[in-house]
Ligand binder design. Structure first.
Ligand SMILES: *[C@@H]1O[C@H](CO)[C@@H](O)[C@H](O)[C@H]1NC(C)=O
Ligand SMILES: *[C@@H]1O[C@H](CO)[C@@H](O)[C@H](O)[C@H]1NC(C)=O
Ligand SMILES: *[C@@H]1O[C@H](CO)[C@@H](O)[C@H](O)[C@H]1NC(C)=O
Length: 134
């Protein structure tokens, strides 16, 4: 598992800060916020393909998304409260409510689809510049 700072990358519509530090989901959210960045969100098939290509160039099998499950109600939500309209889950639909605290990764082992894992697992993450909006 690669866990190191890889630096900045510019893309035709995303400005990304790649941070391959293995962290829990909450540590990743806090790290990005402290830099005035945001943990990545995917809101279209184009972004899905861009992020999949990016993750594919790393040795990391799973990278955090800014997505977590309500522990009480089981629904999934982007923590900035943008609507969860675009989704691309491994199972084809949002995973059912789990007994533990679950968050989502984009998973190379699952063909770059979204997969539910414990928020306490440690995975690398990517912070996205807020300067460019969707
Ligand atoms: C879902 O993700 C896969 C893998 O990145 C991608 O090839 C496919 O186009 C996506 N599907 C949709 C409907 O966005
Ligand atoms: C991932 O990398 C492999 C090997 O370079 C390539 O064949 C494949 O098309 C890539 N997939 C994506 C989604 O970029
Ligand atoms: C990925 O792993 C391979 C084999 O361990 C290594 O040769 C390569 O340098 C690694 N890539 C990165 C970006 O660290």
């Amino acid at each position: 598992q690669l866990c190191c700072l890889l630096g900045f990358s510019l893309n035709y519509y995303l400005t990304l800060l790649h941070l391959f530090i293995c962290s829990t989901w909450e540590e990743a959210v806090d790290y990005c916020r402290n830099k005035n960045y945001d943990l990545i969100r995917i809101s279209s098939e184009m972004e899905q393909n861009t992020i999949a290509t990016l993750v594919n160039t790393t040795n990391s099998s799973s990278v955090w998304l800014r997505l977590r499950q309500s522990r009480i109600f089981g629904f999934w939500f982007w923590i900035d409260e943008t609507p969860l309209s675009y989704q691309n889950w491994t199972s084809g639909f949002p995973p059912q409510i789990s007994s533990s605290h679950h968050c989502a990764v984009i998973s190379k082992d699952n063909n770059f689809l979204w997969t539910s894992v414990s928020c306490l697992e440690k995975h690398p993450f990517i912070c996205r510049s807020p300067l460019i909006t969707n």
